[in-house]
Ligand binder design. Structure first.
Ligand code: SAM
Length: 261
């Protein structure tokens, strides 16, 4: 008999993985090594947690749904050392949790809060060695998109500025219970070193990217007019008549690094 008696909660994006082949592929992609500090977001009923624990011996998992904590702890008790954090992942200070040992963050993320979780992880990128996430395929496409693509936007620029983004493989709805309405995909994010990122002021960079894509049909001259004037856009080597979707990540970094007028 299953230890998990509660029906899946739609409001928490609960689509539990059940297909062994997909679970094995994700663990192979993570490739846990001795000594790795692995932290999972949203362990659910343990589809990834238990095999990871069996292979790695110890891990920490952050789960919002309190109904899952006791059955999960019971399921893990004979498998390895599972430390459960009962919290909304958005409120967890990942830097404190890492405790000086860059963590490997993994998770089949709740799709309704996947972008906020990605941005939260970016805020703690210095404490993270890498991330392996299952997300809606459409979100992974946006994360990895290049300039000129229809789906290149704020998420692409912000993530690629701070991380190397590698889509790994697609997962069909049938791999989950209940099946979601959309395809999913697994992606790897590896935070870049600060000198490679080269952003002088993170808040200014974020403000420029937000403004540029806030009105993506407009030219940069118009979209950015509250945050950067035409002279600045040109000084960054960017044609002010372009739209945001035509500018690469390095262009946004150059623009954000110019002294404000
Ligand atoms: N890892 C499990 C699997 O693959 O079957 C469950 C994945 S399910 C898509 C997402 C999980 O994230 C659920 O267990 C849900 O309760 C949990 N969750 C939802 N919102 C959360 C949040 N803000 N912080 C932490 N966990 C959350």
């Amino acid at each position: 008999m299953s230890l998990f008696n509660e029906p899946p909660k739609k409001s928490l994006g609960q689509h539990f993985l059940h297909e062994r082949g997909v679970i094995d592929k994700i663990i192979l992609a993570i490739d846990p090594r001795p000594g790795d500090r692995i932290v999972e977001i949203g362990p659910g009923q343990g589809a990834l947690t238990l095999p990871l624990l069996a292979r790695h011996g110890a891990l920490t998992a952050i789960e919002f749904d309190r109904d899952l904590l006791l059955p999960l702890a019971a399921a893990a008790s004979d498998v390895g050392q599972l430390t459960l954090v009962s919290a909304d992942a958005l409120n967890v200070d990942l830097t404190v949790l890492a405790d000086g040992e860059p963590m490997r963050l993994v998770g089949n993320l709740p799709y309704n809060v996947s972008s906020p979780i990605l941005f939260h992880a970016l805020d703690h990128a210095a404490a993270i060695r890498d991330m392996h996430f299952m997300l809606q395929k459409e979100v992974v496409d946006r994360m990895a998109a290049t300039p000129g693509s229809k789906v290149y936007g704020r998420l692409s620029v912000m993530l690629q500025a701070y991380c190397r983004v590698t889509p790994l493989f697609m997962v069909p709805p049938g791999a989950f219970r209940p099946p979601p309405k959309v395809d999913s995909a697994v992606v790897r994010l590896v935070p870049r070193a600060p000198e490679e990122i080269g952003i002088a002021d993170r808040a200014r960079f974020a403000a420029i990217v937000r403004a540029a894509f806030g009105q993506r049909r407009k030219t940069l001259r118009n979209a950015l007019h509250d945050v950067a004037d035409t002279t600045m856009i040109q000084a960054a080597g960017i044609d002010a008549g372009l739209r945001a979707e035509q500018v690469d990540v390095a262009g946004f970094v150059r623009l954000a690094n110019l002294p404000a007028a």
